[in-house]
Design a protein around this ligand. Structure first.
Ligand code: PLP
Ligand code: COI
Length: 329
């Protein structure tokens, strides 16, 4: 199974007028949305999304991983884009209903997940550049495999010297839909050259690693785990936050700091982390004419331990001491 769209049975939908309250949402059969061509999201990109996974756990249950973190991140994004905030309880209820009514699509343990995609958008008509008068919140799901082919298998990445993902004061720190289209051409070009994705550098100094297309970046040097600090231009990943805690519990020093590209290139191991990507080991990085290989192109030992621990917690194969997993009835 790969990371691609498959239509499932049911979806959640709710509406809200600007300045009003969210009406209670309903579950309906999966279907197209009907929207005016003047909808705010279509004209000005006033929209946000989230991404989370429902997985089959060792005890047979279906579990979500820290869904409240996604609820809060979508709220931060809504405040940034002038969208009515979806209350956490409503968000979680929508996720639970969507997973529950599509439970036949959750793959067996270890064989993939039901990727759950909440979407929040300005669906009302607006012609001047302004927040839309009406909003729609939708949740649907699709069964998926890993984002990068081969899962943990090391991938090759290319540092972009030409493109940036986000700039200070922009929307890089929230999951705005508009953050993604500008990455498509750079990413397609990197794939044409045989790389799995792009690594973006910061837009000001052009020397600090920011993130990898749709996942956060980590490197390990002399046992110290480093990841770019959250400066507003990097998406605060739920997986990133979890990896930081797991690595600290394993006894690693973990630094959230500016990661200079030369430091990353001199690291012992690099990996990226995200809901879709899980933990993907980075086998090599190309920067200009320079190519660096890590661990002879093999999965590094720290990367492997973090991957194994994270996925074991997510599938309840080891005790979930932090209460990160939530069962769906
Ligand atoms: N960075 C970007 C740009 C992303 O789109 C994602 C995916 O959500 C991540 C990082 C990883 O975040 P998370 O671990 O919450 O999925
Ligand atoms: C996720 O990890 O959930 C993402 O958002 C990646 C995605 C853009 C496919």
């Amino acid at each position: 199974m790969i990371f691609s769209f498959t239509k499932t049975d049911r979806m959640y939908i709710a509406h809200c007028k600007e300045g009003g309250e969210w009406q209670s949402g309903v579950m309906q059969d999966f279907q197209n949305l009907s929207m005016s061509p003047a909808a705010g999201v279509l004209n000005y990109g006033q929209g946000l999304f989230e991404g989370m996974k429902a997985q089959r756990a060792a005890d047979g249950s279906i579990v979500l991983f820290r869904p409240e973190c996604n609820a809060r991140r979508m709220q931060d994004g809504a405040r940034r884009l002038g969208v009515p905030v979806v209350p956490e309880e409503m968000f979680l209820d929508a996720i639970h209903q969507t997973v529950s009514e599509n439970s036949r699509w959750v793959p067996p343990m270890g064989k993939g997940a039901l990727y759950v995609r909440p979407l929040l958008m300005g669906s009302g008509e607006v012609l001047g550049v302004a927040p839309a008068p009406e909003y729609t919140f939708v949740v649907y799901g699709a069964p998926v495999g890993p984002y990068f082919k081969g899962g943990l298998k090391p991938i090759s990445l290319k540092i972009s010297d030409e493109f940036h993902r986000a700039a200070p004061g922009g929307s890089g720190g929230v999951k705005a839909i508009g953050n993604y289209a500008p990455g498509m051409v750079p990413s397609r070009e990197a794939k044409r050259l045989g790389f799995a994705e792009i690594i973006y550098l910061d837009a000001v100094h052009h020397r600090y690693v920011e993130e990898v297309g749709a996942a956060n970046f980590f490197c390990v040097k002399d046992g110290v785990v480093s990841t770019p600090e959250l400066t507003g231009t990097i998406l605060p990943g739920v997986t990133r936050a979890s990896v930081i805690e797991i690595a600290r519990d394993m006894g690693h020093e973990v630094r959230e700091e500016k990661v200079d590209v030369s430091y990353a290139l001199s690291a012992d191991e690099c990996f990226c982390a995200g809901t879709a990507a899980v933990i993907a080991s980075i086998g090599s990085i190309q920067h200009g004419d320079r190519a660096v290989e890590y661990c002879d192109g093999q999965v590094g030992p720290v990367t492997r331990r973090i991957h194994d621990t994270l996925t074991a917690i997510q599938q309840r194969r080891i005790p979930d001491e932090r209460g990160w997993t939530v069962a769906v009835e």
